[in-house]
Design a protein around this ligand. Structure first.
Ligand code: GLN
Length: 554
């Protein structure tokens, strides 16, 4: 085997025109690298380019599906059923693209592929090493997406912070890609934090300098620096960063705090980032069509109405655990010219001594969130009962649908003790039970009903009215379903099954027509909402919440 092919992980140069932007982070984590990556993607989308975002995550989990939302935040699900990091949600929302399984590359996935190949004897007796075998695998996974999605530009964000031991193979791989693909086709963007110290909020550039030194140590010199700073950075500071970090001043972008994250692309565009990146990568200079984005940001910043909607969940102490639901509610405010204040209610609070209704006072609507396991479910059921009896608008999502069915079975159909097999294996009325295809599955990773499935909606239902169609698709992530033995009983008592799988086997949506807005879905509509295309279920909830608020004032 020729030495060059042994060391080069590059896929054949079929699509040399694809440009690669690599985004790294420095100084501290949690400074919005995902939003920065997504915003940069928006600038390219506004210029009409096809962008394929990728997240490279240094953890050893094969995917995020087995991670606890308390620790890691939401698990985002793609159309093709990958359970991924929540940053993919930012990419989809900002860039209005669909990610796929290949958009998420973890250390676990990379090593699994390498070890599988080794077991199959593919390395022909060679010693399998981080360089070149692991780095080659990373490079080929990155480039595969470019081909699959026919991308003009791939934007790959590397999770973690420069200096972390575990991200080194990824950094080495992206360093090699410059040699493989050329300067004109690769670009490095480094996102750092520029802190302020002392009573006069003196801006300090040293941590950014050190972070860039650290990057250079591994052979990467950034082309662009995005600097997060609490205060306005002076020209002098920007010039200092430029000088010490070897990045032209026009490529030192200051990213100050904004009222809404959707403003970030506008800040970058105004700072000239879109033009700089296009020029640097040799892309043709195209006009940036910002009008649609500008308009939605204007509405987000100065809406004429306001509602308060609570998300009742099980992981509300981690603000990121329901990220897509929160964003969907915000998006839904846009067509309603309405800001949505989100209140987080931990469902087990509703199981304490304080009357549960007191938690719902002053709310205009509620979302019953998804979740797993028994903790706090009685609190959810209680919130659903109150909403159903008082006419408070309600949207149930996944576990939310299952709990709405249990509540209805217990309190309307008289099936005392009705429950889900997930919570009580020997429930007398198991109105929610395990999907047949789930029986016998013991492995936890990537084994749920995942990804996009079609659903048929029943004419003249709230669901059909909201979607404006009777054939829809939604993304899923669950193991349990409504037990068909109880369908008739629920319907006899007034619950409408408004969405079913095309083979009629699975209940996908339910509603209570005597209520102003009571609807629940077995799917996760939050994964499909975009600021420029808010999801109809959320838009409907906000509209109903606004109507109920106005009715209460009259
Ligand atoms: N735990 C439930 C199930 O597995 C609901 C899952 C969810 O809310 N995503 O079916």
């Amino acid at each position: 085997m020729a030495r060059s092919s042994f060391y080069s992980g590059a896929v054949d140069r079929v699509k040399m025109a694809t440009k690669y932007i690599f985004v790294t982070g420095g100084v501290v984590s949690g400074i919005g690298k995902g939003v920065a990556t997504a915003s940069l993607g928006r600038l390219l989308r506004n210029r009409g380019y096809t962008v394929a975002p990728i997240k490279l995550d240094p953890y050893i989990n094969v995917d995020a599906g087995t991670m606890n939302p308390f620790q890691h935040g939401e698990v985002f699900v793609t159309e093709d059923g990958a359970e991924t990091d929540l940053d993919l949600g930012h990419y989809e929302r900002f860039m209005d693209v669909n990610c796929s399984k290949g958009s998420s590359i973890t250390t676990g996935k990379v090593y699994r592929n390498v070890i599988d190949a080794e077991r199959q004897g593919k390395y022909l007796g060679g010693t399998v090493q981080v360089i070149p075998h692991v780095t080659n695998e990373i490079k080929s996974l990155v480039q595969r997406i470019a081909v699959e999605q026919e991308a003009d530009v791939v934007i790959a964000e590397i999770g973690g912070t420069v200096g972390d031991i575990e991200s080194l193979p990824f950094l080495e791989a992206i360093r090699q890609m410059r040699t493989d693909l050329g300067y004109e086709n690769t670009m490095y963007v480094h996102v750092t934090m520029v802190p302020t110290v002392g009573p006069w909020h003196e801006v300090k550039t040293k941590p950014t300098q050190h972070s860039v030194y650290k990057l250079r140590e591994i052979g990467i010199a950034p082309d662009v620096l995005i600097c997060r700073c609490e205060v306005d950075m002076s020209e002098e500071v920007l010039e200092k960063i430029s000088l010490f970090c070897g990045v032209p001043t026009e490529a030192v972008i200051q990213s100050q705090n904004v009222e809404t994250i959707y403003e970030v692309p506008l800040i970058y565009e105004n700072a000239g980032l879109g033009n700089f990146v296009s020029k640097r990568l040799g892309l043709e200079q195209r006009e940036s069509k910002m009008q649609e984005w500008q308009k939605l940001v204007n509405t987000l910043k100065a809406p004429n109405n306001e509602v308060t909607i609570a998300v009742i969940g099980k992981y509300t102490s981690n603000g990121d655990a329901y990220k897509s639901i929160a964003e969907s509610l915000i998006h839904a405010g846009i067509p309603n010219d309405c800001s949505v204040n989100i209140q987080w209610i931990e469902s087990d609070q509703l199981e304490g001594d304080q009357p549960p209704a007191s938690f719902l006072e002053g709310l205009d609507g509620i979302v019953i969130g998804p979740g797993f396991g028994g903790r706090g479910i009685e609190g959810k059921i209680e919130a659903i009962r109150i909403a159903r009896e008082t006419g408070l608008p309600l949207l149930g999502i996944c576990l939310g649908l299952q709990m709405a069915v249990i509540e209805y079975a217990r309190n309307v159909c008289g099936l005392e003790g009705a429950n889900s097999e997930e919570m009580q294996a020997d429930a007398h009325y198991p109105v929610i039970h395990l999907l047949p295809e789930q029986k016998g599955i013991t492995e936890k990773g990537a084994t749920m009903r995942l990804g996009s499935y079609p659903c048929n909606l029943v004419n003249n239902t709230l669901a059909a009215e909201l979607y404006g169609s009777t054939r829809i698709t939604e993304r899923h992530r669950h193991r349990y379903e409504v037990n068909n033995d109880f369908r008739e009983k629920l319907q006899e008592h007034g619950m409408v099954i408004s969405g079913v799988s095309p083979d009629y086997r699975l209940v996908e949506m339910i509603e209570v027509p005597t209520h102003p807005f009571f609807i629940a879905t077995q799917a996760h509509p939050e994964f499909k909402s975009r600021p420029n295309r808010p999801h109809p279920l959320f838009t409907g909830l906000v509209k109903a919440a606004l109507a109920s608020k106005k009715a209460a004032v009259l």
